[in-house]
Design a protein around this ligand. Structure first.
Ligand SMILES: [Zn+2]
Length: 173
């Protein structure tokens, strides 16, 4: 999965997912660290309700947890809820998350270049027409494709996969 910052500034995993480790839930809450002077940290993370409930605990629970586990890395990491702003997504954030969730449909509709986009977003190698494409190659193919005009895009999209990657490599370095 690839961490993404949406236009609203909310950070999420690909497909609008929660930034909690290995989580496949959709982000429904926004979590921002509050600094000692009361200002907000520049990062706001999209998370799911279960992750927020498990991670951000009361001062009392936090103290208990520290007593039990100390600074040991055993036991789940917990944080004091009071040190964070935790709120539902704004309308804009929710719209952007929904758009990310719908990405697979867009990739599907776009055909082969959509498969390259999927590799970039999920940061996962995939075979396209029998050729294994990694995230780095996919990223430059998408960048080159998107920089072309419409007519050349169509042409580029019809080249064999190996040629597409080769062409992109030669035109981006
Ligand atoms: Zn989660």
């Amino acid at each position: 999965m690839q961490r993404t910052t949406l236009p609203s500034g909310l950070e999420i995993e690909a497909l609008g997912r929660c930034t909690g480790s290995f989580c496949s839930e959709v982000a429904t809450l926004a979590v921002t660290l509050l600094r000692h002077d009361g200002s907000k940290d520049k990062h706001t993370y999209g998370m799911c309700q279960p992750h927020v409930d498990a991670r951000y605990v009361s001062a009392e629970e936090y103290a208990k947890h520290r007593q039990q586990w100390g600074s040991s890395t055993l036991g789940q990491s917990v944080y004091e809820r009071d040190h964070y702003e935790i709120r539902p997504l704004t309308e804009q954030e929710a719209t952007e998350v929904a758009y990310e969730q719908a990405a697979p449909e867009r990739w599907e509709a776009e055909g082969r270049i959509g498969a390259f986009r999927r590799i970039v977003a999920l940061h996962q190698c995939e075979k396209i027409d029998g050729i294994l494409v990694d995230a780095t190659s996919a990223q430059i193919v998408v960048a080159v494709h998107d920089a072309l005009n419409e007519k050349n895009r169509a042409k580029y999209g019809q080249m064999p996969v190996g040629v597409m990657v080769d062409f992109a490599l030669r035109h981006t370095s």
